[in-house]
Design a protein around this ligand. Structure first.
Ligand code: SF4
Length: 342
């Protein structure tokens, strides 16, 4: 199943296909200059087998903790982080450290321990990088996983469909999983997680079935209104998908989908293609209409004061203190706000 041999500690991750290194450098639109942590460098371990996965087919489909045979533990991860640190020339410019890579990181049997290693690594070196996890949301019912996520700053959690049929068709989950379990797990995470929770939605068409119609948007808006994420990110397919007949969502459909979500007070970002910065719905209706701008500030170089300027829908107003918080570092302000350079 695996490709044999020990994994590379640090290396390049191809834009499509499996990544063979434990840590890798990337430039992320959402997370800035980033180091990725890949817990399955030898074979993709996942609880889904999504039609659009750009890493290729899931090699080990499981709903329970599994390793890929690479035996990653705290010591090996620390060595890989050291290698990434060295390759990045000290990691001073790194803005985020994210568990992502092949498969679903929360399935790794040592996931809680590995999160703790990454957290300690950042703290002991005094690095001002946000620690994040990209997850498909399937393990949020596990106490050990929820507990470990409480140690990170940012979680980006997948929800591609709010109807059972489309969940099965698009994500092809392990038979032990259900959509109710996934959405219930997201609610539980929101109740217990104090960091930034972003929901990631992939919009696409596959063999005549699309998940970006108005009814899909309404169902998604209702499900996410119950969860209460800080942000919702809408994507479409921009890398080679696992199945070649997967088609992108039209940009207009993505914007209409976003407007429905914004109408429910959700804070939506649209990523219609690979290179674009996030778009915001231009005319979010009703209570989703922009009610102001985030006023969070940071001190830039030469003492300049930078202000975030991120548009806030009405629903954000009551939560502004938690979401938009006190003054922050310049790197975080760049990620959140409309300031892309000083
Ligand atoms: S959840 Fe992510 S890694 Fe797993 S199959 Fe889907 S896209 Fe690929």
């Amino acid at each position: 199943m695996g490709r044999g041999g020990p994994p590379a500690l640090h290396g390049r991750c191809p834009p499509s296909g499996p990544c063979g290194a434990v840590t890798y450098a990337l430039r992320s639109r959402r997370r800035g200059r980033s180091i990725g942590v890949n817990l399955f460098p030898l074979a993709q371990v996942c609880s889904f087998n999504c039609v659009y996965c750009f890493r290729g087919p899931t090699r080990i489909l499981t709903a329970e903790p599994r390793d890929d045979g690479s035996g990653i533990d705290g010591r090996l991860l620390l060595r890989a982080l050291e290698a990434a640190h060295e390759a990045a020339g000290g990691m001073g410019g790194v803005e985020s450290l994210d568990f992502s890579g092949n498969g679903e990181p929360t399935l790794h049997p040592k996931f809680p321990e590995l999160v703790e290693v990454a957290r300690s690594f950042l703290r002991e070196r005094g690095l001002d990088a946000s620690l994040g996890v990209f997850t498909n949301s399937s393990k949020l019912g596990a106490e050990s996983v929820i507990g470990a996520l409480g140690r990170v700053d940012y979680v980006e959690a997948k929800l591609d469909a709010a109807s059972r049929g489309k969940f099965l068709a698009i994500n092809a989950p392990h038979g032990a999983l259900s959509l109710d379990r996934v959405i219930g797990g997201l609610g539980e995470l929101r109740r217990r997680f104090g960091g930034t929770l972003a929901i990631q939605v992939m919009l696409l068409r596959h063999r005549g079935l699309a998940n970006y119609g108005i009814d899909d948007a309404r169902a998604m808006a209702e499900a996410l209104s119950r969860v209460g994420p800080d942000e919702v990110h809408l994507y479409t397919v921009y890398r080679a998908p696992r199945l070649p007949d997967v088609e992108r969502a039209p940009r207009e459909a993505m914007e209409e989908f976003a407007e429905v979500l914004a109408g429910h007070g959700l804070n939506v970002k649209v990523y219609p293609d690979r290179s674009a910065e996030a778009l915001y719905p231009r005319r979010p209706p009703g209570r989703g209409r922009t009610a102001g701008r985030c006023t969070r500030v940071a001190r830039g170089s030469a003492g300049a004061t930078l202000q975030c300027g991120h548009p806030l829908p009405h629903a954000d107003q009551g939560r502004r203190a938690r979401i938009h918080g006190p003054p922050v570092g310049v790197a975080e302000l760049h990620r959140h706000g409309r300031i892309y350079r000083e």
